[in-house]
Design a protein around this ligand. Structure first.
Ligand code: IFM
Length: 438
């Protein structure tokens, strides 16, 4: 494998998944607090109340990153720690927490990448209609302004949103995530507002951060049709439009894809006069979250009339196919069709049913997964893709949304009873891999 000089290796997390301390430091409630408190929404009734207790243990967690030789760390900010009501009064304690985290990272020589929104909308904003309301876009831009004013002297890499497809579709179409709505029209309006607010936040970042590298993080998949049959190819094209192009085209071409616009018909979002210009503001990078590919055939699964086809490849504990070639193909396609000036793998990793035995976790499947995906990234770079860094998801086992703590994505094992952290074999392998790249 060959990675260019200056390529950054790291790991990623997000606020609600690791911080805990949900009623401390002046933090306001979020839609995930509400969702977790609603019976039947999250496996085992799990909540993020304590999570990995990172809010209290962040210094030790940074030491752990340092011991693993991580060069960069991607984390997200909880909006409701900064503005407990989403708008209005700023909570200095929230800003101080992230400021101290950034200082600790920099002292450890770890480059921070900050995500402004990783799904934990202040509940007070959801009570006013959440992302379906245009006012929330301005609230997000104002929040971005407050945060970048405080941290912009030390943090240059900023991502606006993490995975707008997941926020819009799982949160508002299927209802599997907070706020748990099942309304496709709202979901598409939410997706649109997320994209516009991304552009508005870019302006705030650039106003406050000298030398900013700003972008957005999308969950993207490589998609293959189940066969060469026309129906399968059309179904795959539709799913690609829904999952990938619906977000990539407006961001990089300034228009929604025609085929999907026609397919959505009356469900398509209302678009304000300047919206597309905001969405298509140039980014410095595109963050790619890649976990699996989708093999799609014509079928009956509504509303898209398609089916997800299983293959003979291995699957992870999430029941996601392990398909490293898809990462290479996705990166090549992104470079060819969209030409982002730089790309980061902002998330890649896998959940397995890890077991802590005799003080160790032998997760060879995770090591193999990572190694194969690193190799795929290296092939894409050799073919000309401007990939600049790689964040493994995740640093720690953590709260996996509707799955609660039942899915372990970490390279570090967390014993949730004692909060003890144990680097898994994959983490030790990653440490040696990073070292060997120097
Ligand atoms: O845990 C999530 C993360 O919050 C967003 N991307 C996918 C991960 C695994 O499901």
């Amino acid at each position: 494998m060959n990675f260019p000089k200056g390529f950054l290796w790291g790991a990623a997390t997000s606020s609600y998944q690791i911080e805990g301390a949900v009623r401390e430091g002046g933090r306001g409630a979020t839609i995930w607090d509400t969702f977790c408190a609603t019976v039947g929404k999250v496996a085992n009734g799990d909540t993020g109340d304590v999570a990995c207790d990172h809010y209290h243990r962040y210094r030790d967690d940074v030491k752990l990153m340092q011991a693993l030789g991580l060069q960069t760390y991607r984390f997200s900010i909880a909006w409701s720690r900064i503005l407990p009501e989403g708008v209005g009064k700023v909570n200095p304690q929230g800003l101080d927490f992230y400021s101290a985290l950034v200082d600790t990272l920099l002292e450890a020589n770890i480059v921070p990448m900050v995500t402004l929104y990783h799904w934990d909308l202040p509940q007070a904003l959801q009570d006013k209609g959440g992302w379906a309301q245009r006012d929330t876009m301005q609230a997000f831009a104002d929040y971005a302004h407050v945060v970048t004013q405080k941290l912009g002297d030390r943090v240059t890499r900023w991502a606006t949103h993490n995975e707008p497809w997941v926020i819009a579709v799982l949160g508002n179409m299927t209802g599997e995530h907070a706020p748990g709505l099942q309304d496709p029209r709202i979901a598409l309006q939410v997706a649109h507002h997320l994209l516009v607010s991304h552009g508005m936040a870019l302006d705030a970042i650039r106003a406050n951060v000298r030398g900013a590298e700003a972008g957005i993080v999308l969950n993207l998949s490589h998609i293959d049709p189940a066969s060469d049959a026309l129906g399968d190819r059309e179904a795959a094209q539709l799913w690609d439009g829904h999952l990938n192009r619906w977000f990539l085209d407006p961001l990089f071409k300034g228009t929604y894809p025609d085929d999907l616009w026609a397919f959505y018909g009356l469900l398509a979002p209302e678009v304000g006069a300047n919206d597309m210009a905001y969405i298509a503001r140039p980014v410095d990078f595109l963050g790619v979250n890649y976990y699996t590919r989708h093999v799609i055939g014509a079928g009956r699964e509504t509303p898209f009339n398609l089916r997800f086809v299983r293959t003979s490849n291995p699957y992870t504990a999430m029941d996601w196919e392990v398909y490293p070639d898809g990462l290479e193909q996705l990166l090549l396609r992104l470079h060819q069709d969209y030409r982002a000036p730089a790309l980061y793998i902002t998330e890649n990793g896998c959940a397995y049913d890890d077991v802590l035995a005799d003080g160790a976790v032998q997760d060879s499947a995770r090591r193999d997964y990572l190694e194969a995906h690193f190799a795929a990234a290296s092939r894409a770079i050799a073919a000309g893709v401007p990939l600049k860094g790689y964040y493994v998801w995740s640093l720690l086992d953590n709260f996996e949304w509707a799955w609660g703590y039942s899915k372990r994505f970490g390279i570090v094992y967390v014993d949730y009873k004692t909060q003890a952290r144990t680097p898994k074999a994959s983490a030790l392998w990653y440490r040696d891999f990073i070292q060997a790249q120097q």
